[in-house]
Write a protein that binds this ligand. Structure first.
Ligand SMILES: C[S@@+](CC[C@H](N)C(=O)[O-])C[C@H]1O[C@@H](n2cnc3c(N)ncnc32)[C@H](O)[C@@H]1O
Length: 309
């Protein structure tokens, strides 16, 4: 779909009462963009494995990880990463989102597909599972009961919980959420995460830096967003339903430092040769040229791990 039409649809739906609910209905029934599939859930299992592998490679034993209190921030519809961690043996997980998107059905969809993938004897997660036998389907379908069975709490929205919980969390994962947060909200989010982590606690984040509209519009470059002014983007493209912040790695770095984090991993991926070629022929808006170096403009993904001192 043309990216600009898509942004305008979000803009119009944001102003209509019930527009967000209408869009979610369309995502389930028509575009099916949020229906759990083995491919989609499998990608999230891989992200979960990348968090686990990072911890194992940085001195955390499996036994230690099993005792850690995990917060998954911005869980969305499918709690795939918490379900993977549950099979690994984590017994105290908190799931949080600004929107209460998860339901009993979406939980069960993610559970069935995750368990199906982990049933494959060659899956790299198998050696870390507490029990490799095929789990039985839970008898309940209500979200509250499922969360209790899998030793998870769900807060959506989560601001009240975060304000009163204290320094309780050992590590926070936040998968492809932050590119939807404008800078002041991002700063507030980082301070909130810093506030609920125990001293020494970790904040682990993969975030896209490329134009997320290019996922659904094959006619635009992954750097298309660099063509537009801040004013145009704010007034015409962004809406309450869909924000893409267009931030680059230096912005995330300064937000982390401003919140008091110590950065211990900060890995940036760049475009392919063909994408960089497309970037060279793009008319980049002067606001971007004055703010970032050419190398920063070519960033596509960021993975960081930050520690609360
Ligand atoms: C692209 S989805 C990612 C969902 C999930 N983490 C995944 O990887 O499938 C973005 C999620 O971030 C949530 N979100 C947006 N702003 C947020 C905020 N300030 N704090 C926490 N979650 C937020 C949205 O409600 C949505 O569930």
């Amino acid at each position: 779909m043309n990216w600009f039409s898509k942004a305008l649809i979000f803009k119009v739906l944001s102003t209509v009462p019930g527009g967000a609910a209408l869009y979610r209905h369309a995502q389930w029934k028509w575009t099916k963009s949020i229906v759990a599939t083995p491919n989609w859930v499998g990608q999230k299992v891989d992200v979960g494995m990348s968090y686990l592998n990072w911890l194992l490679e940085h001195g955390y034993s499996l036994e230690k990880i099993r005792t850690m209190r995990h917060l998954d921030l911005g869980t969305g519809w499918h709690p795939t990463i918490p379900l993977l961690f549950s099979r690994i043996g984590l017994r105290d997980q908190v799931l949080a989102d600004v929107n209460p998107l998860m339901t009993g059905d979406t939980f069960l969809d993610a559970l069935a597909i995750t368990n199906g993938l982990l049933g494959d004897e060659s899956h790299p997660a198998r050696k870390y599972l507490l029990d490799t036998s095929i789990p039985e389907k839970p008898p309940e379908s209500e979200l509250d009961k499922l969360l209790t069975r899998y030793e998870m709490a769900y807060h959506a929205p989560y601001f009240e919980w975060a304000a009163t919980t204290g320094q309780q969390i050992d590590f926070v994962t936040c998968t492809q959420v932050l590119m939807h947060l404008e800078r002041p909200i991002l700063d507030g989010c980082f301070k909130l995460v810093h506030g609920i982590l125990k001293p020494g606690g970790l904040f682990m984040v993969p975030v896209h830096l490329f134009d997320i509209y290019s996922n659904s519009d094959p006619h635009i470059s992954v750097y298309n967003h660099l063509r537009y002014s801040r004013r145009f983007w704010k007034s015409v493209v962004s809406s309450d339903m869909m924000t893409f912040n267009r931030l680059k790695s230096p912005d995330y770095r300064s937000a982390l430092e401003g919140a008091g984090f110590e950065i211990i991993e900060f890995h940036v991926d760049y475009g392919t040769e063909a994408e960089l070629q497309a970037l060279r022929s793009l008319e980049i808006h002067p606001e971007f040229l004055s703010k970032y170096t050419n190398k920063e403009l070519s960033e596509k993904h960021l993975f960081f791990v930050a520690r609360k001192p």
